[in-house]
Design a protein around this ligand. Structure first.
Ligand code: KG4
Ligand code: ZN
Length: 335
């Protein structure tokens, strides 16, 4: 089964074709990072226009790269949320028009569910497993029971993990996005240079605002020429230790030895190394190009969701998230 995936929830316009949820035929991503740098974060109106400018051509290019025509595509999967609503609507409108024109099954995908599915790409991973999802907007520990059944065990109480990287990156004077740039700077630093606090919250929840405030206070006390690499490295050490501690604790609790990570922060090499050094667990992580936003993960998710009932008011397994939207609700939205 060939699924064409479309993703426009934030600052990446992405189109991909995936076979049977696992084999990536083509994965195209146009990043808007350069456009948003001057704002120090994603500017929704700029993102919407940039998606609109390239989406049709990117669908065409993806089919051409795959040497396929729309008649050979079996279904279209599109991100419904969570994300920037005006950006999401660009992808949804394109997917809806394509589905109508070529009479294809349209499958709505929750972006976070998509991130989990990035782990099925090019792998043989099967549920059950425990998943740490750490992106720019969310941080969750999810008990993945089957390909379509989940239970969220814990979430962040304030900032998302990627958001904390982005904010500290900004404090260190690094360009947007903070995560990958902070990781680069941290390479030259000493992870034990500064002792930073760890939030005291229940085992599966996260809180990063205290850490952020502690770093801010520390910087205010330090001389102007303090060692930025040391601070970046100490921050990264603290946050990755917390992530590893919580996900291993949850794995033990639900009695699984399969730990899976997903979302932009799963690209962090210190986190990946720490997890891989644990010899009592099997660790699964997406290929680096599938950690951050892409459409291959959405096409994969579409494959696994192909038989689910999307007419329900919410097909959303992450329905607790107020920014998530159902296919039905989006279909009614004026485009
Ligand atoms: O999953 P993603 O591409 O978009 C969302 O769904 O939010 O995640 C983006 C987030 C950003 O906050 C970015 O700084 C962070 O992931 N990120 C990283 C790394 N690469 C991306 N954080 C730490 N280390 C990285 N290497
Ligand atoms: Zn994402």
């Amino acid at each position: 089964m060939l699924v064409l995936g479309i993703e426009t929830s934030c600052d990446e316009t992405a189109v991909a074709i995936v076979e049977d949820g696992r084999k990536v035929i083509v994965n195209n991503v146009i990043s808007q990072i350069e456009l948003h740098k001057e704002f120090g974060g994603v500017k929704p109106s700029v993102a919407k226009l940039a998606h609109e400018e390239v989406i049709d051509a990117l669908v065409e290019k993806t089919l051409k790269d795959a040497k396929l025509s729309m008649s050979e595509i079996n279904a279209i999967a599109v991100t419904l949320g969570p994300g920037l609503i005006i950006s999401l609507l660009v992808g949804f409108k394109t997917a809806k028009e394509l589905a109508k024109k070529y009479n294809k099954h349209l499958i709505g995908v929750n972006h976070l569910f998509g991130h989990i599915c990035s782990n099925y790409l090019g792998s043989e991973l099967e549920p059950p497993f425990i998943c740490l999802l750490a992106s720019g907007g969310h941080t969750q520990i999810i008990n993945v029971k089957t390909f379509t059944e989940y239970e969220i065990l814990g979430s962040t109480l304030d900032d998302a993990c990627g958001e904390a990287f982005d904010k500290i990156g900004r404090l260190l004077g690094l360009p947007y996005p903070g995560g990958p740039n902070l990781e680069k700077l941290a390479k030259a630093g000493n992870p034990l240079a500064y002792k930073l606090p760890e939030a005291k919250v229940n085992p599966y929840d996260f809180s990063f605002s205290g850490l952020k405030t502690a770093v801010l206070r520390l910087v205010q006390k330090l001389p102007e020429n303090y060692n930025r690499a040391d601070l970046a490295s100490s921050f990264q050490e603290n946050i990755t230790n917390t992530l590893v501690k919580k996900i291993t604790c949850a794995a033990k609790e639900i009695d699984t030895n399969k730990i899976v990570i997903a979302g932009g922060v799963s690209a962090n090499k210190t986190l990946r190394k720490k997890l891989l050094s644990l010899n009592t667990f099997s660790i699964f992580m997406p290929d680096l190009k599938y950690c951050t936003d892409n459409a291959a993960m959405i096409a994969s998710a579409g494959y696994f969701l192909r038989d689910t009932n999307q007419e329900a008011e919410t097909m959303d397994v992450f329905a607790k998230d107020p920014s998530s939207i159902s296919l039905k609700a989006l279909s009614k939205a004026s485009l």
